[in-house]
Design a protein around this ligand. Structure first.
Ligand SMILES: [Zn+2]
Ligand SMILES: [Zn+2]
Length: 231
């Protein structure tokens, strides 16, 4: 689900990566782009042969993932890059995507898929074609890289997220006037936040409120993390 109004993006065919999402207007660093919503599925029920080709599943934890509704435009359409201009972060049981850099009009929006090490994927079809300077040739992280990312995410989830996301200057929810405009207007979803025990097989409902912008502090930390994942 996109939170960023539709005037900012469009879905187009790419040369060799299927569909992709492109900026229709400049997007500022830190701006929240969308929420990875879909059906909560158990990994043991996922058809991984099919999934390997499309890579639409978002891993939530070791046992569950989120599978998007492919009939609707969504964050799942963002392609992978080893030098992405967007990144993901957990927010109240949701996975939100934000601009890691200032994005120029016409650029493709990309994220790193942060796939677990290649050895668990055989045969592997996740070659990366991003051709950026830091391209590793694969969408998989190294074992070290994956552990570093997991550790970072767990720490963030254990409470530091609040520090980064609910800062009054960056969190749209803190102003009711603000929250009636712009990005938050897009979300007419659930009445209350999703509890931890979201049931398997049910749709992850949109939250009532989302941060509009991610703090500079979190962006700095992610950029540092990025240099460890993509040397
Ligand atoms: Zn693979
Ligand atoms: Zn690459």
């Amino acid at each position: 689900m996109f939170l960023l109004p539709e005037v900012y993006w469009e879905i187009k065919k790419t040369k060799n990566k299927g569909r992709g999402v492109f900026a229709n207007k400049p997007i500022r660093q830190g701006v929240v782009i969308g929420d990875y919503v879909g059906k909560v599925v158990q990994l043991k029920d996922v058809d991984f042969e099919k999934e390997k080709k499309n890579l639409y599943l978002m891993y939530y934890d070791d046992e569950t993932g989120i599978y998007p509704d492919l009939k609707k435009p969504g964050i799942y359409l963002l392609n992978h890059s080893c030098s992405p201009n967007c990144w993901i972060t957990k927010f109240r049981n949701h996975t939100i995507v934000f601009a890691l850099k200032n994005i120029r009009k016409g650029s493709e929006l990309t994220i790193s898929y942060l796939l677990p090490p290649k050895m668990t994927c055989n045969p592997c079809s996740h070659n990366c074609l991003c051709k950026s300077d830091s391209c590793t040739g694969s969408m998989h992280l190294t074992e070290d890289g994956y552990n570093t990312w997991q550790k970072f995410q767990n720490e963030l989830h254990r409470g530091r997220a609040a520090k980064y996301l609910s800062d009054s200057s960056t969190y749209a929810r803190s102003s009711s006037r603000q929250s009636r405009q712009g990005i938050l207007k897009q979300n007419k979803g659930g009445k209350k936040d999703i509890p931890e025990t979201q049931g398997i097989g049910s749709e992850l409902k949109p939250l009532k409120n989302y941060p509009k912008v991610i703090s500079k502090k979190l962006i700095r930390e992610i950029k540092m993390l990025q240099t460890k994942l993509y040397r």
